[in-house]
Design a protein around this ligand. Structure first.
Ligand code: SF4
Ligand code: SF4
Length: 147
């Protein structure tokens, strides 16, 4: 039986991951995650698995049980283990492991597998929107929201 695919909702709003065999053809994505305020970290469901939990436990030097309790939650409607979330002034809620001041992941090297799918997509819909709004506002640090 194939492994259950990890999900991120709403993944289709952002970008289509490039299939492995095509990745070589992608030289440079048309977006810069380093300049983004972390929109994809605010997705309602960032699904993770036991391996991700073990990686986070190792990163923090705690047990898997502690990592699961501190950083994850069970999403009943999706029947999936997901990252816990915290309040965010821009996107209302965002991953608990996101630094809301510096606007970056605090566990980048140990981030869950689904987070590693980015930035490998050819384009990012949110980044296009962000770049347009920053240009319109003439503010390179403007944080565009979708609600
Ligand atoms: S993939 Fe898009 S939304 Fe996610 S951090 Fe990069 S630019 Fe931002
Ligand atoms: S683990 Fe890091 S990259 Fe993944 S959603 Fe949380 S803050 Fe974002």
């Amino acid at each position: 039986m194939p492994a259950k695919k990890k999900r991120v909702i709403p993944i289709k709003l952002i970008a289509t991951p490039v299939k492995k065999k095509k990745r070589k053809a992608v030289k440079k994505p048309a977006y810069d995650c380093g300049k983004c305020p972390g929109y994809c970290c605010s997705y309602p469901l960032i699904e993770i698995n036991k391996r991700d939990i073990a990686r986070l436990a190792k990163h923090f030097g705690i047990t898997k049980e502690q990592a699961e309790k501190r950083y994850t939650r069970y999403d009943k409607s999706e029947k999936a283990i997901a990252m816990r979330r915290q309040k965010d002034k821009h996107f209302k809620k965002i991953c608990i492991l996101f630094d809301t001041r510096k606007r970056q992941c605090t566990v980048y090297e140990s981030r869950p597998g689904v987070c590693r799918d980015y930035p490998v997509a050819k384009s990012c819909g949110y980044y296009d929107f962000l770049a347009f709004e920053r240009d319109q506002q003439e503010d390179p640090k403007f944080i565009a929201t979708t609600s």
